[in-house]
Design a protein around this ligand. Structure first.
Ligand SMILES: C[S@@+](CC[C@H](N)C(=O)[O-])C[C@H]1O[C@@H](n2cnc3c(N)ncnc32)[C@H](O)[C@@H]1O
Length: 235
């Protein structure tokens, strides 16, 4: 099945999630969170990304694009706390749920670019999207469809936050450029045109308060105060 964004352009969101099988998930922390973040993207997991995550995560949290579950596993959730996980890939959901141990986890299989009917009626105080946007197909304004879907599930005082690897203009080093090229060729990433400015503009279509900072070639973003109506024909 092809996942459609609008009538003009069609996108297949599967390549951005299909790679996360159980072997890849076993290697994910060492390769992505260890080596790539430090040496290719120049944005350390424990120095930058985890402290940023812990600053914004709440007790009523939705994690989108969960991967190996490293960040929620290090969020400091107490036993019995409720966390909702959303991902297109069941292996990612299962690996994260296992890692969260005593936390009460609700797993939802879903495509963040599509209406999230499985979250109907639910609102969260925090929504995290770490390293998800660079996996989504399309331009940044097309990826904004994910913000349109998620903002309906953000509490009025809630925060949507995340991190994404930026594209060719971000100032990649040799290692980063090689990885970036290979991941885009394989369809694991679609981020060559993603810029800090286009991310800011995409978030501003849906939120009143937006901040985007750059560390290495990674954009760290925070958005609050959802705007009630999406601009026409975006999703
Ligand atoms: C690069 S991993 C990020 C993992 C984790 N958040 C981190 O930062 O370490 C991307 C995750 O997003 C999921 N994903 C990709 N496209 C998606 C989509 N359209 N909807 C929901 N999840 C998606 C993948 O299955 C994978 O689990």
């Amino acid at each position: 099945m092809e996942h459609m964004i609008d009538s003009a352009r069609q996108f297949d969101t599967r390549p951005g999630s299909a790679v996360y099988g159980s072997l890849v998930l076993k290697l994910y922390d060492a390769w992505v969170l260890g080596i790539s973040n430090q040496l290719a993207w120049r944005c350390g997991t424990r120095q930058v990304l985890l402290p940023f995550y812990r600053r914004h995560v709440s007790a009523n949290h939705l994690e989108v694009g969960v991967g190996s579950g490293f960040y929620p596993a290090h969020a400091g959730f107490h036993a019995g706390q409720q966390v909702t996980l959303l991902d297109l890939n069941e292996h990612s959901l299962a690996a994260t749920a296992r890692r969260l141990g005593h936390t009460q986890v609700t797993q939802q299989v879903g495509d963040v670019m599509q209406p999230l009917t499985m979250l109907e009626g639910r609102q969260f105080d925090s929504i995290a999207l770490f390293y998800l946007l660079h996996c989504l197909p399309g331009t940044m304004s097309e990826k904004a469809c994910a913000f349109a879907q998620l903002k309906a599930h953000l509490a009025p005082d809630g925060v949507l936050f995340g991190a994404t690897v930026l594209g060719d203009e971000a100032g990649h080093n040799l290692f980063g450029r090689a990885l970036q090229r290979e991941y885009n060729r394989k369809g694991i990433f679609d981020n060559q045109r993603d810029t800090r400015q286009s991310l800011h503009a995409a978030l501003s279509l849906h939120f009143n308060e937006v901040s985007v900072e750059q560390k290495g070639v990674v954009a760290l973003f925070v958005a609050r105060a959802p705007l009630p109506r999406a601009p026409a024909n975006r999703c």
